[in-house]
Design a protein around this ligand. Structure first.
Ligand code: 5GP
Ligand code: MG
Length: 167
């Protein structure tokens, strides 16, 4: 059995839940490349944010030196506004272990001290390994390690929970 969701409707839920939390004149948004960037673009427009959209690019590499595991590392970032004292909405498509968000927050702090960082995701799939929680999540579910949330589309854009092929 597969279950799927309408991404347009999920994005509307995110915008609705974010709106009362922010001041569009002051707040700024950062999308996590790649999945968070198209989403951030749509939300940035829906919320009418005045600051230009930022992005961070975090890639995973496998560190076989200490132990096998995936370690997120910042590859590139473009943060075209002053971070100090600002409310920042960090946007990604899926929250899983929380390691990507931690890496993104480290990067943001290299630019200054934000007043507040809000995390907004389409899907919180559970399985957190760090104390990271989404302030806004259009969908919260518990996916197993063998499951993957897949974006299908673009017309219509759907999210699907699928069994991942064993590797
Ligand atoms: P984390 O660092 O929290 O373990 O993983 C989150 C990052 O990995 C996000 O940037 C997200 O794009 C990607 N990710 C993790 N799990 C999934 C999933 O089930 N589906 C998709 N599409 N991306 C995922
Ligand atoms: Mg990603």
């Amino acid at each position: 059995m597969t279950t799927d969701w309408d991404v347009g409707a999920l994005m509307e839920v995110m915008a609705r839940d974010l709106r009362p939390l922010i001041d569009p004149e002051q707040a700024a948004m950062i999308g996590i490349f790649t999945g968070g960037v198209w989403l951030a673009r749509a939300l940035h427009a829906a919320l009418g944010l005045q600051q230009p959209l930022g992005r961070v690019d975090i890639s995973f590499y496998r560190d076989d030196f200490s132990q096998i595991g995936l370690h997120p590392q910042v590859r590139a970032s473009d943060i075209p506004f002053a971070v100090d004292g600002r409310d920042i909405i960090l946007v990604d498509d899926v929250l899983y272990t929380g390691r990507t968000v931690r890496a993104a927050m480290n990067e943001i702090f290299d630019y200054g001290r934000p007043a507040r960082i809000l995390l907004a995701v389409l899907v919180d799939r559970g399985g957190h390994e760090l104390p990271v929680a989404a302030d806004v999540a259009a969908l919260r579910l518990i996916a197993t390690a063998g499951e993957h949330i897949k974006l299908r589309g673009p017309d219509p854009l759907r999210l699907e929970l699928e069994q991942r092929e064993p590797q």
